[in-house]
Design a protein around this ligand. Structure first.
Ligand SMILES: Nc1ncnc2c1ncn2[C@@H]1O[C@H](COP(=O)(O)OP(=O)(O)OP(=O)(O)O)[C@@H](O)[C@H]1O
Ligand SMILES: [Mg+2]
Length: 231
């Protein structure tokens, strides 16, 4: 399998005026194209810090993080921005949709950033809405949608520009079990169909069965990695 990302000896410390927290101690992790990798571990163990570095949002103090051969420590911030806009999608616990924009406009954002023309963007969004089962909501406002529907819109937005890597922070924790499983079914189907790589941070052991691999973190380190027969 091809590697899509590689972390070597990552270390990150947060300093405040009164204390110092080592968020990542010595992280070594390979991520392979097309896999669904879950990062799990107790609150505060460094999961969000690790995916923030993978997404190029945060720099480590030391160590190397490269994604698709691009060393995120050494390239310019403009290059990282362009890289992220093209290759990375995000899904957050709280959906992070923009309430003043309707469903269509929310999903279109990554395409606008990439200067896709309006007509093409419109067609793409309609097709994506069809894929996530919400074509009839194209012109609804965000606050008319249920939590599960909002998360499906967030998934649509994260995938609309065909990213090779989708990073999700607790995508199901705000949802009930049934809705969470539907969201995971949807992500798994996309993962299988388009070979998109998913890195999913979760506390939710009910969704572990969707993973191809689980990396267990504790106190800034990866304790063990477990390969799973994915569903
Ligand atoms: N900006 C920051 N400034 C100071 N400390 C921080 C900052 N961000 C994270 N930390 C600390 O770094 C450690 C790791 O935080 P991180 O958010 O990566 O944990 P997490 O595993 O995602 O936790 P949770 O499951 O609760 O989301 C924690 O001790 C946290 O308090
Ligand atoms: Mg977190």
């Amino acid at each position: 399998m091809n590697k899509i990302a590689e972390c070597q000896n990552l270390r990150k410390t947060f300093k405040t005026f009164s204390s110092e927290v080592v968020a990542l101690r010595d992280i070594n992790l390979d991520i392979y194209q097309g896999e669904m990798l879950m990062l799990v571990g107790p609150s505060g163990c460094g999961k969000t810090t690790l995916i923030s570095i993978l997404a190029g949002i945060m720099h480590p103090d030391s160590g190397v993080c490269s994604v698709q051969g691009l060393d995120l420590n050494t390239v310019s911030s403009e290059k990282i921005l362009a890289f992220r806009a093209k290759h990375v999608g995000f899904i957050f616990q709280s959906f992070n949709l923009i309430p003043t924009l309707n469903v269509m406009e929310n999903i279109m954002i990554p395409l606008i950033i990439q200067n896709v023309n309006a007509e093409e963007a419109y067609e793409k969004v309609l097709k994506m809405l069809d894929d996530v089962g919400l074509k009839d909501k194209a012109f609804s406002s965000i606050n008319q949608l249920s939590g599960g529907q909002q998360q499906r819109i967030a998934i649509a937005r994260s995938l609309i520009h065909n990213p090779s890597l989708v990073i999700c922070d607790e995508p199901t924790s705000a949802l009930d079990l049934d809705t969470g499983q539907k969201i995971m079914d949807l992500m798994k189907a996309i993962n299988k169909k388009s070979k998109t790589t998913f890195v999913i941070v979760t506390h939710d052991s009910r969704i572990y069965d969707y993973a191809d691999r689980i990396a267990y973190m504790n106190d800034g380190t990866i304790l063990k990695q477990e390969k799973r027969g994915s569903s």
